[in-house]
Design a protein around this ligand. Structure first.
Ligand code: ATP
Ligand code: MG
Length: 588
């Protein structure tokens, strides 16, 4: 049985939380005050993300503290103190300046999680370029589309990725002036129209003065996950760092002596906002793991690196659940005190699994590429209702609304009524545009509200509950069915590892619910199991909501950021075109 509520005492670790009383902090919060935790550039020259994340610590008492510990695939470890990071990022900024790359130009980084990626992102921000990290597993076409859409004039990548994926495209990328290659342990060779980054870095100075940077200057370009369609390029500004910093304190409860591990790749917004910026602005030590998911290795990292705060995703949690708790219990995590998750709804089962496995519940939080930072969260010092995304961050006004015409919304104040999740515009990390899609950007707003495209409800205690993306919600015989509810019910069955649910057109019911189910190891698909699952779901959900059909599937199609692509399940089921699959995980 899943608990309806997990008391905040389950999350207490002896470390006093930054926010001990949610209501009080929410009432007293202002972004102006939050901004005072940051420093701003000297002489009133504005605010720059890299200065807040790196330079100000390098010039202060944290200079020698560990900023990043990189765990290489082959077992090599590299440590960077705040001072090291300041010097390396200054070198990179000088490399750009030396090549004549101007503020505002777009710098793309296509690499696995290697130190050069982190140095390039922060160094490019110092030179006030707009930086866009891409997933290294993208194929040539998705890379080409993004570089072209973003007008990238600089690309940092590895020699092997360049030769495999970009060399043949180069003639089609006339705006791409400089390609800077990382050779790693290999000897540099002469590759036409490219430069050896290490050689340039060696020659560059370790000091760099960041030029005037306005809070509204563009800083980051992030492409959305492509879960519901073609990925959009969301533009973020330097002033967003106020939200990166404050959400790290409030939602992730960063303390100065924390060791933090964000498992997301910087190709996805979580891997930048919380894999790079937020832990650094808060002066904590971050772990960067180059390797891919492997439950046993992950547990070892948590134990050996003494991770205290861990930010991961539902897809990873479900994979760990698949492996069982015995594997977890072979390790000790004496310092681990807070676990959070983002990216998809976190099934109640998964929240509670955290308690069995780690002795800590998993704290779900909600945000989007567009919001730049965490917007709704479950906090250390707040009871958890498993399955809920929690409550709005201090400084964020959220509401459930109904669109009324072009530019207005009606706010739904009654509890437990479904509507669209909206946020009052104006928080510092709000995106400032979709690249080359002005009309689409405009349509995200109605008056003072940003409309998220997600359906949710808010209960009488102010907790928000995810229902589904507006595009994924199923309409059946007058019911509005969120796939998440059906998937979570199926996951309560011991055989089910993961489920993806879609609506299938039906002449009578408009749509019927169909589920695709991946089984845990040790279970095999059979007609008996299918019938058992249909009955199990009907008992939990009622006949109107339960799936009418269940198919077994080895792996659900997912984005590279780990989200179930229901639109692909649907297209494949109905024999329709698959649309943009650039972010599809390989093999799915
Ligand atoms: P695209 O916009 O290209 O379809 P995407 O929406 O998946 O892709 P992201 O910005 O990476 O791109 O993801 C944000 C979305 O992820 C949210 O709008 C929401 O649907 C989902 N999401 C994120 N966190 C949660 C959560 N905690 N609970 C439920 N859904 C979540
Ligand atoms: Mg989206």
């Amino acid at each position: 049985m899943i608990a309806n509520i997990i008391s905040k005492s389950a999350s207490s670790s002896g470390v006093a939380p930054n926010m001990s009383d949610y209501a009080q902090t929410y009432a007293g919060f202002s972004w102006e005050t939050a901004a005072q935790s940051l420093m701003g550039l000297p002489d009133g020259r504005g605010i720059n993300i890299a200065h807040e994340a790196v330079d100000r610590h390098a010039q202060g008492p944290r200079a020698q503290q560990l900023a990043l510990r990189w765990l290489g695939r082959t077992g090599v470890t590299r440590d960077f103190s705040y001072r090291d990071l300041a010097e390396q990022t200054s070198r990179f900024a000088n490399v750009l300046a030396g090549l004549g790359v101007q503020p505002g130009e777009r710098v793309f980084v296509l690499a696995g999680r290697i130190p050069e990626l982190y140095i390039a992102v922060l160094g490019a921000l110092k030179q006030r370029c707009v930086v866009s990290p891409l997933f290294s597993a993208f194929g040539p076409e998705p890379i080409y589309t993004r570089l072209t859409l973003g007008g990238g004039s600089v690309l940092v990548t590895t020699a092997s990725l360049y030769q495999k994926k970009i060399a043949d495209l180069r003639a089609r990328l006339p705006q791409l002036r400089h390609v800077l290659l990382v050779y790693g342990d290999a000897d540099p060779v002469d590759i036409a129209d490219t430069l050896d980054l290490a050689a340039l870095m060696r020659e560059a100075s370790t000091t760099f003065v960041i030029g005037p940077t306005a809070a509204d200057d563009p800083a980051l370009l992030h492409f959305t996950s492509g879960t519901t369609g073609k990925p959009k390029g969301a533009v973020h500004v330097h002033g967003a760092v106020v939200a990166h910093d404050a959400t790290g304190k409030l939602a992730l409860d960063f303390h100065a002596d924390d060791v933090f591990w964000c498992t997301a790749d910087p190709g996805w917004v979580t891997g930048t906002s919380y894999g790079i910026i937020s832990p650094l602005t808060n002066g904590v030590s971050s772990i960067v793991d180059e390797g891919d998911f492997d439950a046993d290795r992950w547990y070892r990292i948590l134990a050996e690196q003494k991770v205290s705060v861990w930010y991961t995703a539902p897809t990873a949690v479900r994979m760990m659940m698949k492996g069982g708790t015995e594997l977890v219990h072979q390790h000790d995590f004496p310092r681990l005190r807070f676990i959070a998750s983002v990216g998809e709804p976190l099934n109640p089962q998964a929240v509670c699994w955290g308690l069995d496995a780690f002795g800590l519940p998993i704290h779900d939080n909600w945000w989007q590429t567009e919001t730049g930072g965490i917007m709704l969260a479950n906090y250390v010092a707040m009871d958890i209702k498993p399955g809920s995304m929690g409550k709005p961050l201090p400084g964020i006004e959220a509401a459930i609304v109904k669109r009324c015409g072009e530019d207005a919304v009606e706010i739904i104040t009654a509890p437990d009524v479904e509507g669209e999740l909206a946020l009052k515009r104006g928080w510092p990390s709000m995106f400032r545009g979709y690249l080359n899609e002005d009309e689409r950007y405009r349509k995200c707003f109605a008056g003072e509200w940003y409309l998220s495209g997600d359906l949710a409800k808010c209960d009488a205690d102010g907790y928000y509950w995810f229902i589904g993306r507006a595009d994924d919600v199923i309409k059946s015989s007058g019911h509005l069915i969120g796939p998440f509810e059906v998937e979570s019910a199926l996951m309560e069955h011991p055989a089910v590892a993961e489920a993806g649910v879609i609506g299938k057109p039906d002449p009578v019911q408009l749509e019927t619910v169909k589920a695709f189910v991946a089984l845990k190891s040790g279970y095999v698909p059979s007609e008996v199991l299918r019938r058992e699952l249909l009955g199990f779901a009907r008992k939990r959900l009622g006949a109107a909501i339960a799936p009418k059909e269940i198919d077994f599937i080895e792996n659900l199609p997912k984005t590279r950021s780990g989200k179930i692509m229901r639109r692909l399940l649907k297209a494949r089921e109905l024999g329709l075109p698959e649309g943009d699959t650039s972010t599809l995980e390989s093999g799915a």
